[in-house]
Design a protein around this ligand. Structure first.
Ligand code: URP
Ligand code: ZN
Ligand code: ZN
Ligand code: ZN
Length: 486
């Protein structure tokens, strides 16, 4: 057998196994695993780990924020940063705004992504205006073209939907086999807190944290999981930030609901004390849900170790610390009018590798599951993406487990002028990254051409087939079938 490229001498790890093997690649696919493979083009991976390329499943790229401004990374800088962080593909959001159609939305994002992305990409469709046309025609059309995941918001004035609309969207998702994602925070509680804080003259960035209390997340997660159980359809709770919220996700899963949890590095490595900096500096650390405390971090690690969280995503939502981003509404803007979100697409995996695998908190195989395999399965890309097996795309990240670096903003290769993780000392970084057999990062340099990433038409999830809601009174096939049928 002949190969275009062989990765030689490395240790391959998947979500289940770790073994010494060369990897033979032809026409962008993995076609052989074994020892002694030869090719004219060889990557020496001696002493290195050969892992599935990361799949970043939650990031905001070339997307208008809920406060109106454009994210600071487009599909060029965003995909380059992702690639340097060990990712071979990503699934940013395509955001439907009220008054816009879904088909129109996807066309706009195609125009943003196709000429620019250096890695393969898909979109999760954010739905903020579920009109009859959207529900009946446009969501099925989006699904048919491979946009097989929808996201909704329970808060943010411009994007939030009510419970009734949420149920309608879940029902369409169920009909087609789409996965729904939710930003779960109680809108009324946040509004009420913001009004009280503002009335007291508390408008600095540090007050962002108390304005989004933990109980607001817990209430909304419980409500969202309840709605998903009523319809009996898969639901991902994105960016879970509290022990209260994580417990609800875990219990729902244990009771058989098709509920999945996601968490993000910022909730594991930063705290609300980071918001409490002089002047407006705290704005750099504003995201929603907000940063919590060190006790929360310990509990979240336990949930990551025991399977509450299926997904580990960056929630890269980049807004520069200048008048184009965080300071767009002036140097004295109240926290409510500052764009929410922080960057981190290049650090999602190095942070988890160094502090998770390196410090013995999770196994290398858990790392692979959280970096790629679970997202591939849940969002309909597996087994083409997310694992190393014969027949899969040659999406591979070669890691040097001993490489030490201090985090700097310059090393992020994004369009940002800060990183919230500046100065952290990490061990273990990706050194060579492939997408469909193409070198996209090698020797510290970008090798891929702008626009060389491809759209991924995704399938239905292959992770949601286990028994569904076990609460008999919620079984649509018996009691509520007539009401829930599409
Ligand atoms: O603060 C965040 N995470 N901003 C991005 C938008 C969202 O909530 O997903
Ligand atoms: Zn969100
Ligand atoms: Zn967010
Ligand atoms: Zn987000």
């Amino acid at each position: 057998m002949t190969y275009d490229l062989v990765i030689k001498g490395g240790t391959v790890a998947t979500a289940s196994d770790t073994f010494r093997s060369d990897v033979g690649i032809r026409d962008g696919k993995i076609v052989a695993l074994g020892l002694g493979l030869e090719a004219p083009d060889v990557i020496d991976a001696t002493g290195k780990l050969v892992l599935p390329g990361g799949i970043e499943a939650h990031c905001h790229i070339a997307q208008e924020s809920s406060s109106g401004g454009m994210s600071s990374d487009d599909y060029w800088t965003g995909s380059v940063s992702a690639a340097f962080g060990g990712n071979s593909s990503f699934v940013p959001f395509a955001a439907q705004h009220r008054g816009m159609g879904v088909t129109e939305t996807l066309e706009i994002y195609d125009g943003r992504a196709a000429p620019n992305s250096v890695i393969d990409y898909g979109y999760h469709l954010i739905i903020s205006d579920p009109t009859e046309t959207v529900l009946k025609d446009e969501l099925p059309a989006a699904f048919a073209r491979g946009v097989t995941s929808f996201k909704v918001f329970m808060t943010y004035e411009k994007t939030r939907i009510d419970d009734r609309q949420f149920l309608d969207i879940l029902t369409v998702a169920k009909t087609h086999g789409a996965v729904t994602m939710v930003h779960a925070e109680n809108h009324g509680m946040i509004q009420w807190m913001v009004e009280r804080l503002e009335a007291g003259g508390h408008t600095e960035p540090r007050y962002h944290a108390p304005s989004h209390p933990a109980i607001a997340e817990a209430e909304a997660i419980y409500r969202a999981t309840s709605l998903a159980r009523l319809v009996d359809t898969p639901l991902v709770i994105v960016h879970v930030s509290t022990p209260e919220g994580a417990r609800i996700v875990r219990d729902a899963r244990a009771e058989g609901a098709k509920v999945f949890g996601e968490s993000c590095p910022q909730y594991f490595f930063l705290t609300r004390d980071d918001l409490d900096r002089p002047g407006m500096e705290g704005a750099k650390y504003m995201c929603s849900p907000p940063l919590r405390d060190t006790a929360t971090q310990e509990v979240l690690w336990k949930h990551l170790q025991t399977g509450t969280f299926t997904l580990w995503s960056s929630d890269h939502a980049p807004y520069r610390y200048d008048e184009t981003g965080k300071l767009a509404n002036g140097p004295e803007a109240p926290f409510k009018s500052i764009a929410n979100g922080m960057p981190g697409i290049a650090l999602r995996l190095p942070l988890l590798f160094s502090e998770g695998v390196g410090k013995g908190r999770i196994t290398l195989n858990d790392f692979v599951a959280l970096s790629a395999t679970n997202a591939a399965k849940l969002y309909g890309m597996h087994p083409t993406k997310g694992t190393i097996c014969v027949g899969a795309d040659a999406d591979i990240a070669i890691w040097d487990p001993d490489l030490k670096k201090t985090v700097t903003v310059a090393d992020q290769h994004d369009n940002m002028n800060y990183t919230p993780f500046e100065g952290m000392e990490l061990t273990g970084f990706p050194v060579t990254v492939l997408n469909r057999g193409r070198r996209i990062v090698e020797g510290g340099e970008l090798k891929a051409e702008r626009g060389s990433g491809r759209f991924m038409a995704r399938n239905t999830a292959d992770m949601t087939g286990r028994p569904g809601a076990t609460v008999p009174e919620l079984d649509p096939a018996t009691n509520f079938g007539a009401r829930i049928a599409p």
